[in-house]
Design a binder for this molecule. Structure first.
Ligand code: NAD
Ligand code: ZN
Ligand code: ZN
Length: 402
């Protein structure tokens, strides 16, 4: 079959690889009909996440049709249409029983390594480094889904791939980021990053009843989509983030702050980001925590910092004194996808939200290597790319951001 494979920094290839097969009785094999490139994939593309090997199949946001099921799989049958959460979870361990699916105790095949790096293992993830199990991903024609009798979400007829695909990752990620803020009707929620995760965090914060949602980025097309979703926007190239946030909150600061940027934050000329870039380049620091610093500083005392943005390892010079003395709460994590999917699917079905708003580019899987660059460099107003394994043409179709 064909798949997008990682071959090193900024090197993704459309390779021919062996077809997946059932390895365990609970498995299923899915024929992928749509998959997406996530901001988390960019951390692999840019070479910031350790633990990839040449030839690894990428992709953790995908959906498709069940082709084959293992003997013990009583949930799925051939022909079912499913979205597959990016977190692989057994559904039975202590953490899964608590709904903490992204820290499933069983699904990481390289648990020993993760135990050493993080203190305790986290869940296996599709297409996302050997630290999280080294599982083949879904930017492929077919994919093996382990524990497929638990996590896959069956999709009712009448909904398009574009409406439901993001249930596997960015929609619940934005949603969890907002839920973790415990939003009150008087709250201002500030969201750093107007990428796909930020867009869903904004719409979720609006749905959860925030008084005011503010979004920070420097890309006009993304800020425009954020405004369409109900946010006031700040372009950090043009104005001071801290001053504007103070102004918009009568000098008190936002009660709730969401980091939808993660380890590759950029902020033009600020001293701390220059230092971070230099340290990251020589591996003296793995992540650039500019947004974390800004959030800790500007957040209103007693507030919440919610961090869906991915960090991999060590960060430097966090103003922990501000965090401690202001009594801030930090909530973070890879998304516990299945905790939210029933509710979010119902919201899509009822027409409360149509997640396809975020898609700016649709292309054939074969065009994946090029689309990684387009998404990485935000060319052509790119916000979210959907790839179609079934599509043969190499002519990408783009539609402008809404
Ligand atoms: P993206 O790269 O498309 O978006 C990031 C946005 O942040 C960009 O628009 C960029 O311009 C902006 N940005 C950069 N520096 C900034 C700064 N200093 N201030 C404000 N904005 C800044 O990525 P995405 O798909 O939206 O993902 C965002 C983050 O969420 C990534 O770190 C990704 O790995 C993470 N993520 C986490 C989960 C999870 O389970 N927790 C799931 C999906 C994605
Ligand atoms: Zn992702
Ligand atoms: Zn589990």
């Amino acid at each position: 079959m064909k798949a997008l494979c990682w071959h090193g920094k900024k090197d993704v290839r459309y390779d021919t690889v062996p077809d997946p097969t059932i390895e365990d009785d609970r498995d299923a094999i899915i024929k992928v009909t749509s998959c997406a490139i996530c901001g988390s994939d960019l951390h692999l593309f840019d070479g910031f996440m350790p633990g990839m090997k040449r030839g690894d199949i990428l992709g953790h946001e995908f959906m498709g049709e069940v082709m084959e099921v293992g003997k013990a799989n009583k949930k799925l049958k051939v022909g079912d249409r499913v979205v597959v959460p990016f977190t692989i979870c057994c559904g039975e361990c202590d953490q899964c029983r608590r709904g903490n699916f992204s820290v499933c105790e069983r699904s990481n095949r390289n648990k020993d390594v993760a135990d050493k790096v993080f203190g305790h293992t986290t869940a296996g993830l599709f297409g996302y480094t050997h630290l999280t199990g080294g599982y083949a991903g879904g930017q492929a024609e077919y994919v093996r889904v382990p524990y497929a009798d638990f996590a896959p979400v069956k999709i009712p007829d009448g909904l398009s791939d574009e409406q439901v695909l993001f249930l596997g990752d960015i929609f619940p990620t934005g949603w969890q980021a907002a839920v973790q803020c415990d939003i009150e009707p008087t709250d201002t929620v500030a969201v750093w990053g107007a990428g796909p995760v930020g867009q869903f965090a904004i719409r979720s914060a609006v749905l959860l009843g925030a008084r005011q949602v503010i979004c920070i980025d420097n890309l006009e097309d993304r800020l425009s989509m954020a405004r369409a979703g109900g946010a006031i926007t700040i372009n950090f190239d043009e104005e001071s983030v801290l001053e504007r946030l103070q102004e918009l909150t009568d000098g008190k600061g936002p009660e709730k702050c969401i980091d939808a940027v993660g380890m590759e934050a950029h902020v033009g000329r600020s001293i701390d980001s220059v230092v971070d870039r230099a340290k990251q380049a020589v591996f003296a620091e793995s992540d650039r925590p500019h947004v974390l610093r800004e959030m800790m500083y500007v957040c209103r005392p007693g507030g919440v910092l919610s961090i869906p943005g991915v960090y991999g390892g060590l960060v430097d010079k966090l103003p922990f004194g501000a965090l401690m003395n202001k009594g801030l709460t930090v909530r973070t994590g890879q998304t516990h996808v299945n905790r939210w999917t029933d509710d979010l699917l119902a919201r899509i079905e009822s027409g409360q939200i149509d997640p396809s708003f975020v898609i700016t580019h649709t292309a054939a899987l074969a065009d994946g290597p090029e689309m990684y660059k387009v998404f990485r460099d935000k060319q052509d107003s790119c916000i979210k790319v959907v790839l179609k394994p079934g599509q043969t043409s190499s002519h990408s179709q783009a539609r402008s951001a809404q």
